[in-house]
Design a protein around this ligand. Sequence first.
Ligand code: PLP
Length: 387
Amino acid sequence: MPNREMLLIPGPTPVVDEIYAALSSETYAHTDPRFVKIFKNSLELTKKLFHTEGEVFVISGSGTLAMEIALINTVAPGEKLLVISHGYFGDRFIPLAKAFGIQVETLQAEWGQHIKKELVEEKLAEGGFKAVTVTHVDTSTGVMAHLEDLVPVVKKAGALFILDGVCAAAATEEDMQKTYGHPDYKLDVVFTGSQKAIGVPPGLAILAFGPKALAAREAMPSVLGYYTDIKNWVSIMNDPGKYYATPPVNMIYAFNKGMEIVMAEGLTTRYRRHHALGRAVRAGLGVYGMKPLASEEVAAPTLSCILYPEGVNDAEFRSRLAAKGMVIAGSLASLAGKAFRIGHMGNVTEEMFVKAIELVGETLKEMGTDANIGEAVDKFKEIYHSA
Ligand SMILES: *Cc1c(COP(=O)(O)O)cnc(C)c1O
């Protein structure tokens, strides 16, 4: 087993042996029918993941590239975009849109809270918004957006709904055929990266464009990109044996294996597992007096941002845990030093998190804070099996 550590950050997430094995398979020519078959299969599974009636794109790059592709192919320079931000990654759309001359307006939530739909409704009533971006799970705060509230409001205003699913896809539902209160109210673009809840190493931008988003691209004579112009990729994704830019052959092997694992578990089971895991991790850590930044009502199934109890030093806590083989992340911006982030997504197991809760308890004790490890583990298991 190549993994020596438990990588419990908000991505990359732990990579299972079968995916490492796929990654290290022999590199075939990108036009070799044996590779083309694997690429095709991975694209079909991607379509199933998002239930899209449109097109999917799997391209070398990270989640940020997917953000860029989503934006420039739907919103032209000079057009208006509304960014609904629940933290650092929501905010990332602001400079990104500005770099392409898009007019950006923003609704920014206080970190840990979410934007109420009435506010969105009010903003959109100003008119003229081509699209709205929503970060499904903001990785800085562990807040999950409520699609049931936001999709109808955005679609009613006639804007495209662009969902950043980088920290959510394959862990919680992102169904592009699902209708939100009206037959036309659906997600238009959803995207992710390979390294989060799909559990593959970093390196792929994965996108799905619905019919309205594809029509938006068609309506623009050109976009400010070449590698990032989806028009150049549509024929490749429909026939991956064709050449446009060399696909990352070994990453596609790994991605295909990752998607097979997702589908073998089953989407419903996988979503339920993540939901239970998120609740259980927060409840278990709660026994140590650690409070999540986001209330359970808006908390994400994929990662949690956890505030330290009084007197626990962030750098020391995380380096002690790392020495025990458990890697977690610090927090961003004004939360730096005050909270840590723990990922609980992808191909992770109950056993890993029992171990994680034990290691956190041991570390707190070493640092002079009381911790009832037995009670925390019991709480974790109780919620995991009942949620
Ligand atoms: C990680 C993340 C990104 C950025 O992805 P990279 O692969 O780091 O470029 C964007 N949005 C969200 C919600 C993320 O979690």
